[in-house]
Design a binder for this molecule. Structure first.
Ligand code: CA
Length: 386
């Protein structure tokens, strides 16, 4: 089998409501899918992390830089292709957009291999390690106006009422206001529901320590990206002083970036982003590195149904470390805000929310060959950025 063509599809629409996190407000939702065609009629789909104009730039990297290196190759030769591209791009970007672009291509190759062999992705990457996948609901995005604490409390109670057993909220107004927001959300949830807090790296180390002490008192499960991803000393400082799990890593790339993050002891919970760090081939190496350090992994998930399904496969195949009768379990990150690219783009919807209400906050493992998501071509054309 040979690869004949690689095409990027950058999709975008105006959201009904502006949403925010600690770095910015945004009013457009976007997605970047990669389509890899072969001479045997099998087409694979991948996805690149990176919204908006970043996706448009990554499209050029996929189609103008990476595609000429890859067209003509056998899609089963995933390691050869990955290293061929990485070695040629090393001088131009060992992190960031070239690696995000490579991620989408690599993921599409795995989809092709799954379709060619008739096997779901999780079977290709090690097989089934769990029967159902716990899902956590993230919401509570920042808004410019109104009573945010009250709105967050209502939204969190609504997510819990849908069946989620764990929820994640944003912060980013400053330490005092943020602690008030977390208190409001915590008191709106039942005691058994986990709460996680995502700062998107907005704090100085001392402000993060102040917030983290409040999170300790409130029994928060994890404190995500408290400080800048480059601030390894800050991460370690917080880990040494706080009980709450320090999580992060969505902005880290390749096994080499993760080697340094893990060796420096920065996180209690690793959150690799498969659509950014180098694709499935590289994710498997990062997972092995994290488990080598006995750091549990729960993937960062963002984007369309392709990204969500890839992560469902990866969590299905993730072994328990260190294991036990009631082992630590990863959770699938699920965005509870409206997302057409997840819910309406595939020809067969994933129907995750429908499942978790009836199954204790969990979803079934995917079973279709490859990633199991076929984008509706008319949908792609309707939302294409040209
Ligand atoms: Ca995050």
């Amino acid at each position: 089998m040979r690869i004949t063509k690689i095409t990027s599809h950058v999709l975008q629409y105006d959201m009904p409501e502006e949403l925010g996190y600690s770095q910015q407000f945004y009013s457009k939702r976007s997605a970047h899918l990669v389509e890899v065609r072969t001479d045997e009629g099998i087409t694979g789909w991948g996805e690149c992390f990176g919204p908006g104009n970043v996706a448009i730039a990554n499209k050029a990297i996929v189609e103008r830089v990476i595609a000429p290196m890859v067209v003509g190759s056998d899609p089963f030769d995933r390691e050869r292709i990955w290293h061929h591209v990485y070695n040629l791009l090393r001088d131009h970007g060992q992190k960031g957009m070239p690696i995000q672009a490579l991620s989408g291509v690599d993921i599409a190759l795995w989809d092709i291999v799954g379709k060619a062999t008739g096997l779901p992705l999780y079977k290709l990457v090690g097989g089934r390690c769990r029967d159902r996948i716990p899902v956590y609901g993230y919401g509570m995005m920042l808004k410019r106006h109104g009573d945010l604490a009250g709105a967050f409390a209502d939204e969190a109670a609504g997510i819990e009422a849908e069946g989620f057993r764990a929820v994640k909220m944003k912060v980013g107004l400053g330490p005092r206001e943020d602690i008030r927001l977390v208190e409001a959300v915590r008191s709106a949830l039942s005691d058994s529901t986990r709460l996680m807090v995502d700062a998107n790296h907005c704090y100085t180390t001392s402000d993060a320590l102040q917030v983290g002490r409040a999170l300790d008192a409130l029994g928060v499960y994890w404190f995500e990206e408290p400080v800048a991803p480059e601030d390894r000393d800050g991460y370690r400082f917080l880990r040494d002083r706080l009980t709450v799990n320090i999580s992060g890593g969505e902005a880290e790339f390749t096994r080499w970036g993760w080697r340094d993050l893990l060796a420096a002891g920065c996180v209690d919970i690793a959150q690799p982003e498969v659509c950014g760090l180098g694709g499935i081939s590289e994710y498997l190496k990062v997972l092995a590195l994290a488990h080598t350090h006995f750091v549990p992994v729960t993937n960062h998930v963002w984007g369309s149904a392709v990204a969500v399904a890839v992560n469902a496969h990866l969590l299905t195949a993730m072994p328990d470390v260190p294991g036990g009768l009631n082992p630590w379990s990863p959770m699938l990150e699920f965005d509870t805000t409206p997302n057409l690219f997840r819910d309406e783009m595939p020809t067969e919807p994933l129907k995750i929310v429908e499942q978790i209400g009836q199954n204790g906050g969990t979803m079934a493992v995917p079973d279709r060959p490859g990633i199991g998501v076929e984008p509706d071509i008319a949908f792609l054309e309707r939302y294409a950025v040209t």
